[in-house]
Design a protein around this ligand. Structure first.
Ligand SMILES: [Zn+2]
Length: 76
């Protein structure tokens, strides 16, 4: 798989994924992603993207302004 933006090489890396929903900041640490070495764009596999959606849905329902979670704690 190559980068869809610049066709550069992708490398597997654990990244911090930051989501901002209506001023609610969610930081998910250690998310496995493919990161482009050329432009820095990051991509998630389908199952990872789905897991992230679930985590965000769950967290958005509580009222904290900033939430930091570890991907590995949420996806067993
Ligand atoms: Zn790229």
């Amino acid at each position: 798989m190559n980068c869809i933006v610049c066709k550069g090489e992708l490398t597997k890396k654990d990244i911090n994924h930051i989501v901002d929903i209506n001023g609610h900041i969610i930081i998910i640490k250690n998310v496995p992603a493919e990161v482009c070495e050329q432009c820095g764009e990051s991509f998630f596999e389908n199952q990872v993207a789905l897991a992230l959606e679930k985590i965000v849905d769950e967290i958005v329902s509580n009222k904290a302004e900033i939430t930091i979670v570890n991907y590995n704690d949420k996806v067993a």
